[in-house]
Design a protein around this ligand. Structure first.
Ligand SMILES: Nc1ncnc2c1ncn2[C@@H]1O[C@H](COP(=O)(O)OP(=O)(O)O)[C@@H](O)[C@H]1O
Ligand SMILES: [Mg+2]
Length: 385
């Protein structure tokens, strides 16, 4: 059975994930799977989500709403209705409005879904036509589709176009944290500790949600994978499919990253604590508005540096609180067995204090709008990074 047909049979319209790959017709013998063993093991071990199974078998909107009610959706407990619920996403229905950025695995564009007028971000990633990969891909897409959380960029659907996978997701018009801090630096301003607290809090909520509800480790946490809406809502993107599975196949992917935890370099392990290491680096980078590592290190030198050199820290002469400094120190415990998990570090005083500050005290919406000068004559759209 073709992928598209088997997929259509298993999935109800509500899922609207479509894998009608033309590459499925390929007659060439499929090469051995190029997916790393640990990743296959991880995916095989990943239990199915019982709540979602209910949704698959009862795909009516009512049931779906019921089955996710136990999950904290938004602070108010509501879920924004999916405007694309009744549509199958097809390439011919999309108009590209502008390019938002380019990463190692592909390109992200702002697109319009013409039948509904709905605006989305669409990530194109080169991907492998081999059936083993496609099977894993379907599984990962299902995981993306199960994620409904205010701290996670909403997944709307995916389709194959030639040898590229198009992942359609919520467009976050405030841009990535990388774009945001570069903009703030350009304006010779700084980002306050209370804003950094709210960003850390949202990221941790997202990580705990992924881990607790879906047994997913992000694996690619960095400033460009944290995006923000113009309402000031901070969200995670690029975990799972785009962050790991595709990267494990993309020939152009360079397997080194500034944000890699020492255990990943030393033994290839990826425990949930590795995301906490990456969070520490991400927050130092946003606070300092630059990458804390010496630039121009060769890949090997960078790995050596991460494992052997002192961990990054905030300059002593800057007025950061003891709580924030200690929070970072916890993130940078080199032995992952001693490093807190996302859930454990949620109770750190830095996060605890942040969570007590109301939306009025720390107005994220006003902050992001001021970053992009919204409403002023010098208003800019978020820069591509
Ligand atoms: N959902 C989204 N909404 C708005 N901008 C996005 C979204 N996803 C990605 N982007 C932008 O596209 C850029 C490229 O993303 P990506 O291809 O994942 O590469 P990277 O994350 O390595 O920069 C990001 O840096 C970000 O600025
Ligand atoms: Mg990304």
């Amino acid at each position: 059975m073709s992928l598209a047909r088997s997929h259509a049979r298993k999935m109800k319209p509500a899922l609207h994930v479509q894998l009608n790959s033309s590459s499925g017709n390929s007659v060439s013998p499929s090469p051995a799977p190029a997916i790393s063993r640990p990743l296959i093991d991880f995916l095989e071990r990943n239990p199915r989500d019982p709540a979602r199974e209910i949704q698959f078998t009862n795909a009516g909107g009512e049931k779906e709403a019921q089955s996710i009610r136990s999950i904290p959706e938004t602070p108010g407990g509501t879920r924004v209705p999916d405007p694309l619920m009744n549509y199958t996403l097809r390439p011919e229905d999309m108009i590209t409005l502008k390019k938002l950025g380019e990463g190692s695995a592909g390109t992200v564009c702002k697109v319009k879904h013409v039948p509904t007028g709905f605006i989305m971000a669409r990530k194109h990633v080169r991907c492998d036509p081999n059936p083993d990969f496609q099977r894993l891909l379907q599984r990962e897409l299902k995981t993306l589709d199960r994620c409904h959380s205010p701290w996670i960029v909403t997944f709307y659907g995916a389709y194959m176009e030639d040898d590229e996978l198009a992942i359609c997701m919520e467009y976050c018009e405030g841009g990535s944290m990388e774009a945001v801090y570069k903009r703030v630096a350009e304006k010779e301003q700084t980002i306050s500790e209370s804003i950094l607290g709210k960003i850390s809090e949202a990221v941790l909520n997202g990580l705990v949600y992924l881990h607790k509800m879906h047994h997913v480790i992000h694996r690619d946490l960095k400033p460009s994978n944290i995006v923000v809406t113009m309402e000031g809502r901070i969200k995670l993107c690029d975990f799972g499919v785009s962050g790991d599975l595709v990267n494990s196949l993309a020939e152009t992917f360079v397997g080194t990253s500034y944000y890699m935890a020492p255990e990943r370099i030393q033994g290839g392990k990826y425990p949930v604590q590795s995301d906490v290491w990456s969070l520490g680096l991400t927050m130092v980078e946003i606070a300092q508005m630059k990458n804390p590592f010496p630039q121009n290190l060769a890949a090997f030198e960078l790995l050596h540096y991460i494992v052997n050199q002192p961990v990054p820290s905030l300059p002593e002469d800057e007025p950061w609180s003891a709580d924030f400094r200690d929070f970072l120190n916890q993130c940078f415990i080199k032995d992952f067995m001693k490093r807190p998990t996302p859930e454990q570090i949620m109770s750190h005083p830095f996060i605890d204090e942040s969570s007590k500050r109301s939306d009025e005290e720390v107005n994220m919406k006003a902050w992001i709008q001021s970053v992009w000068d919204l409403g002023s004559p010098t208003a800019q759209t978020p820069k591509v990074v």
